[in-house]
Design a protein around this ligand. Structure first.
Ligand SMILES: [Zn+2]
Length: 98
């Protein structure tokens, strides 16, 4: 999940996958959340307050994924230019986590 964070005027990026535990609260991988995060910009100590530029997002996608929807970066750029928030676009799954 990625997008333009209008209040913070920066991009966010979370990459994860569903846990195989079926939301077991004793799960050592997800703690019952049902989702395991591979990357979360808010937990990235390399970023100032978790704030990402479009270049940061592009580099992180290339580092962590084998492929991603081809127009995501262009769409993010448009969101930034229009200061668009709370809009959801769903893409078909492509590629996988490296
Ligand atoms: Zn789990």
């Amino acid at each position: 999940m990625t997008g333009w964070d209008r209040p913070l005027s920066s991009f966010f990026l979370q990459i994860g996958h569903e846990c195989e535990c079926d939301d077991d609260e004793n799960c050592g991988h997800c703690g019952g959340a049902g989702e395991v995060w591979i990357y979360d910009n808010l937990a990235d100590k390399q970023l100032p307050f978790g704030r990402m530029t479009l270049t940061d997002v592009d580099k992180k996608l290339a580092t962590l994924l084998t492929a991603w929807p081809s127009d995501v970066i262009r769409a993010l750029q448009a969101d930034q230019l229009q200061d668009r928030g709370n809009e959801i676009t769903r893409y078909d799954a492509v590629g996988e986590i490296k």
